[in-house]
Design a binder for this molecule. Structure first.
Ligand SMILES: [Fe+2]
Length: 293
C-alpha cells in the first residue's frame, strides 16, 4: 500500500505569494503521484474559509482515501469566541472534511484490512520545552503564551478558545487516542494487524525537537510537542508495528525509533523557513513524502 504524507501547508501564509500559485501547484503535484492514501496531519489555515477551500480543491484527487487530523491553526476562532475551538475540532472540521470526501481520523478510527489508522491533534503540555531555561522560565510563563520581557508571543494565545488550560486539552487528546486504540482492538485482534498508523499534529518524540540555546527562540519549543503522547505511541509499538506521522515543527525528518516504531515529520512550513528562491516543485518533492509498506 502506498501513502503520501503532507502537513503544515499554512495556506494563509503560503497563498499570500500570489505569483507562486501555491494551491494550484500543490494540486498539480499531488495529482502526479500514484498512491492509495493521502495523509494530512494539520495546519491548513486559521480561517475556516481557507480550510474549506483546501478540502474542496483536493476533493477529487485520485487517492482511495484522504485522511486528516487538524493542527492548532485549524482550530483558531474569533478572539471573542468562548470555547468554539472545541466545537470546531469535534464538530465543524469533521463535517467539512467529510463533505469533501476526507476522513476525519480523530474519534473516528479507520481500519482497512490489516492496517489501522488512529489519530488526534494532540496538544502541547510544555514537556518539549528546553529545560535548561527552567530557572528562568516557569510553567506559568509558558501558560501565558506571552513574555513581554523577551518580546515573544504565541498566536494561539489570541485564537485558540478551547475553554480549558493546555494540560487539560492535552489530557483530553491523549484520552481520545487511547479510546480510539481500544476501539480498533475491539474489532481486530492486535496480532492480526500489520501496522497501526498514529496521526497527530503535535510532535510526540524529543528526537524531533531542536533547541537553539537562545532563550527567546527556545521559548516556542514548549509548544512543539507532547511526550506523554509519545509514551502512548511507544506503548502501542510494543504490540504492533507503528508508523507515527505528524507536523507542527517545520523540519522534515524520518527516524526509526525502534524496531517497530518509525516516525515521520512531514511539514511544508513557511517561505521564510524554506527560502523564497526554491521552486514550489522542488519544495514539494523534498517535503511531501511518498511511503510504501
Ligand atoms: Fe501547528
Amino acid at each position: 500500500m502506498k501513502f503520501v504524507f503532507l502537513s503544515d501547508i499554512h495556506l494563509d501564509i503560503n497563498i499570500a505569494r500570489k505569483d507562486q500559485k501555491f494551491m494550484e501547484k500543490l494540486i498539480q503535484y499531488l495529482s502526479s503521484i500514484t498512491a492509495d492514501i493521502l495523509i494530512f496531519t494539520g495546519d491548513i489555515a486559521g480561517k475556516t474559509q481557507q480550510v474549506i477551500e483546501f478540502f474542496e480543491a483536493t476533493s477529487s484527487l485520485p487517492f482511495e482515501r484522504k485522511l486528516y487530523v487538524p493542527g492548532n491553526h485549524d482550530i483558531w476562532v474569533h478572539q471573542d469566541a468562548q470555547d468554539l475551538s472545541k466545537v470546531k475540532y469535534y464538530d465543524i472540521l469533521p463535517e467539512i472534511a467529510n463533505r469533501y470526501g476526507w476522513d476525519f481520523i480523530p474519534n473516528n478510527p479507520l481500519i482497512l484490512d490489516d492496517i489501522a489508522f488512529v489519530g488526534t491533534m494532540g496538544w502541547y503540555d510544555y514537556s518539549s520545552r528546553n529545560k535548561i531555561w527552567d530557572s528562568k522560565l516557569s510553567l506559568h510563563d509558558y501558560s501565558r503564551k506571552i513574555h513581554p520581557q523577551l518580546n515573544v508571543e504565541l498566536m494561539d494565545r489570541h485564537f485558540v478558545r478551547f475553554g480549558m488550560d493546555d494540560q487539560s486539552i492535552s489530557d483530553v487528546m491523549i484520552g481520545d487516542l487511547a479510546r480510539d486504540i481500544h476501539f480498533v482492538e475491539d474489532r481486530v485482534p492486535i496480532e492480526e494487524l500489520d501496522t497501526m498508523f498514529v496521526l497527530t499534529h503535535m510532535v510526540p518524540f524529543e528526537q524531533f525537537v531542536h533547541y537553539r540555546g537562545i532563550l527567546r527562540f527556545d521559548y516556542f519549543t514548549a509548544y512543539f510537542g507532547n511526550y506523554t503522547l509519545g509514551d502512548e505511541i511507544t506503548r502501542i509499538s510494543k504490540r504492533v508495528k507503528v508508523e507515527s506521522v505528524f507536523g507542527q515543527v517545520h523540519h522534515p525528518m524520518t527516524k526509526q525509533l525502534s524496531v517497530d516504531l518509525q516516525a515521520h515529520c512531514v511539514p511544508i512550513g513557511y517561505p521564510r523557513e524554506y527560502g523564497k528562491q526554491i521552486s514550489l516543485d522542488k519544495l514539494f518533492s523534498t517535503r511531501i513524502k511518498e511511503y510504501s509498506i
